[in-house]
Design a protein around this ligand. Sequence first.
Ligand SMILES: CC(C)(COP(=O)(O)OP(=O)(O)OC[C@H]1O[C@@H](n2cnc3c(N)ncnc32)[C@H](O)[C@@H]1OP(=O)(O)O)[C@@H](O)C(=O)NCCC(=O)NCCS
Length: 283
Amino acid sequence: MELSWSDLAPNFRAILESCEPYLVSYPGNYGALDLEPFGVLIEPKRRYTATTLASRQLIDGLHVLDAATFGDQQMLMPRWVLFDCGEFPGIVFGFGRRARELSPRMREKFRVHSPSDDDAFVPLSMWVAIRCAEEGAWFGHNLSSANVLSETGEVLSGLATLTKVFGVKVARASRQYGATQWDSKSIGLHLRLGDMHVLSAYTPAHTHAETLSYRVDVDDAVLVRSLLPGYRASTAGGARYLEAEDVAAMRALQEDLERGERWTIVGTEARGDLPQRVRLTRG
Ligand SMILES: CC(C)(COP(=O)(O)OP(=O)(O)OC[C@H]1O[C@@H](n2cnc3c(N)ncnc32)[C@H](O)[C@@H]1OP(=O)(O)O)[C@@H](O)C(=O)NCCC(=O)NCCS
């Protein structure tokens, strides 16, 4: 399905007009990927290979972004994890700009402040995804956006949303798996790509047991719709509510899932300073 720029919500159009898409993956993977997602070409110079020295500065930028976004969640990625799990076998996709196009404070953050760095390409967002053995299935390993560095004076509303929607398209994913925490604000963002079928509600295998894992069945029409003006999160449905600090409710849902029940996240509700409430429906 094609996406016409003129149809996009203005914030997404502004990102496409002011940023360039980039990709890190081993070139042997290119044939399986869509290097022109929704008609937007990832220029050859913005396709990076982690096995070359030329990719070093870009990869340093990915780790700055990772430290800024996941450093305080005890989920900082060692360099070898990103290499082994994303940059080589999978994809790191996102949007960025050359250093000369960034504010001085953003350049400081990414350590590209000297004039000799003017042309350095800085990744402002990333979706890291790993291909599963299951045909068409990808696991979303990391989603980050430099919007968390709002003190730099630069915010690109919708950056992570656009990154994930385009990343899923680059991967040609028909199923997207992922894991996130019940209190994560990103649940609302993931829901833009489709209903989230809950696979686990309480996950001690993860660093944080209060993690949920999920599957989204990818539908191009839903991806496109999430980028159009007037998109509204669903407010319908909800046979069960889970408050993000309620570990007993997570464990109860986990037991129901392991008994064979199926539950799908259809919405989130903010509750001021309290952890969000997540709305689920059967099926
Ligand atoms: C979570 C994170 C990726 C979000 O990045 P971001 O670039 O600020 O996200 P976006 O701008 O795309 O979306 C932010 C919000 O704007 C909304 N939005 C954006 N464009 C919109 C539009 N055109 N119409 C309506 N809403 C829009 C999004 O739905 C979202 O809503 P919410 O605030 O209710 O959640 C970022 O904060 C981050 O890196 N956090 C730390 C790491 C992390 O927790 N990652 C997720 C783990 S799975």
